[in-house]
Design a protein around this ligand. Structure first.
Ligand code: NAI
Length: 266
C-alpha cells in the first residue's frame, strides 16, 4: 500500500534526494520548504511551523505514515538553532497525533556528527526545555562574540536535536504510540550546503580536519536518504531513539569504542 511521507527540506540536498527516492518507490510525498515545495513555509518561526504542519495534515487527507525532517542550515547565526532544533521538534510534535493514527507510523530526523563538536550546554538545555526565546538569546550572544564563537550554534543545534530524539523516543507519546523515532548523524555530505566550502582548498582542509571519513570519504545524499528510508519503512519495528552515525567512520575515529561507559564502575 502506498504510504504518505512528509519531508521537510524537500527542495534541496538530502531532503530532495529522499523525496525523489520515495516517489520512485511509489510513495506519496508532501514536501515542505521555503520555496519549490508542495508547502512553502518558513520553519524558523513558530507561525511558519504551525502553518506548515496544518497544511501537511490538510494535503494528506488525514493520513500521514512517516515524517522525515531534513530542513536545516549551517550558518553561524541564531536562526540555525531555530530551524535545526525547533523547526524539527515542533513540526514532529504537531504531526505526531496524525502520525499515530497510521498502522505503521515512523519518524526520522537529520542530525550531524557535528553534534560531537564543542557546543554550548546552556543553549542545549534551553532548547530541550522548550524555551525558544532563551535559546535564541544565548545563540545571539554567541554570534555577537564573533564568527568563531558563533560557529558553536550549529553543533549545539544538532547536539540538542540528538538528545531530544533519545529523550522523546521512549515516551508514551512516541514509543507508547508505536512510533519509532530516530536520527541519522551525517558526516560530510555533498549538497548545496557544502559545495562551496568543499571546493575551496582551505575550507576542504578545515572540514576534513574535523570530520575524518576513512570509509569512502565524502558521501552523496543517497547515503543518508537510503538510511532514512529504511528507518521510516514498515521494516523498522524496533529501532528507536538511535542516533545512527552514517559518516564514513568519523564518529568512531573521534570517539573510539567508548559507548558503554555509562554503566562502568567509577
Ligand atoms: P541543503 O541546503 O541542500 O538543503 C536544506 C534545505 O532546507 C533547503 O532546501 C532549504 O531551503 C531548507 N531550509 C532551510 N531553512 C529553512 C526554513 N527556515 N524553512 C524551511 N526550509 C528551510 O542542505 P543539506 O546538506 O541537504 O542538509 C539537510 C540536513 O542535513 C540539514 O539539517 C543539515 O544540517 C544536515 N547535515 C548536512 C550535512 C552536509 O554535509 N551536507 C552534514 C550533516 C548534517
Amino acid at each position: 500500500m502506498t504510504r504518505t511521507y512528509v519531508v521537510t527540506g524537500s527542495a534541496s540536498g538530502i531532503g530532495a534526494t529522499t523525496a525523489r527516492l520515495l516517489v520512485e518507490r511509489g510513495e506519496k510525498v508532501i514536501g515542505i520548504d521555503l520555496s519549490g515545495a508542495d508547502i512553502e513555509a518558513d520553519l524558523s518561526t513558530p507561525e511558519g511551523r504551525a502553518a506548515a504542519a496544518q497544511a501537511a495534515i490538510d494535503l494528506s487527507g488525514g493520513t500521514i505514515d512517516a515524517v522525515i525532517a531534513c530542513a536545516g542550515i549551517a550558518a553561524p547565526i541564531a536562526k540555525t538553532l531555530a530551524v535545526n532544533y525547533f523547526g524539527v521538534t515542533e513540526i514532529l510534535d504537531a504531526l505526531r497525533p496524525t502520525l499515530a493514527a497510521s498502522p505503521a507510523p515512523r519518524a526520522a530526523v537529520v542530525s550531524s556528527m557535528a553534534s560531537l563538536q564543542p557546543n554550548s550546554p546552556e543553549m542545549v538545555e534551553a532548547a530541550l526545555s522548550g524555551d525558544e526565546n532563551r535559546a535564541l538569546a544565548l545563540a545571539e550572544e554567541a554570534v555577537a562574540a564573533g564568527p568563531q564563537a558563533g560557529y558553536v550554534v550549529y553543533p549545539t543545534s544538532k547536539r540538542a536535536l540528538s538528545r531530544w530524539v533519545r529523550r522523546e523516543s521512549i515516551t508514551p507519546e512516541w514509543a507508547g504510540a508505536g512510533i519509532p523515532l530516530n536520527a541519522v548523524a551525517a558526516g560530510t555530505v555533498i549538497t548545496p550546503m557544502t559545495e562551496a566550502l568543499l571546493s575551496d582548498p582551505e575550507g576542504l582542509a578545515l572540514v576534513d580536519g574535523s570530520v575524518p571519513m576513512p570509509l569512502n570519504y565524502h558521501q552523496p545524499p543517497e547515503s543518508i536518504a537510503s538510511l532514512l528510508l529504511w528507518l521510516t519503512s514498515e521494516d523498522n519495528t524496533h529501532t528507536t531513539g538511535q542516533v545512527i552515525y552514517d559518516d564514513g567512520g568519523a564518529d568512531v575515529t573521534l570517539r573510539g569504542d567508548d559507548i558503554w561507559s555509562w554503566n562502568d564502575p567509577k
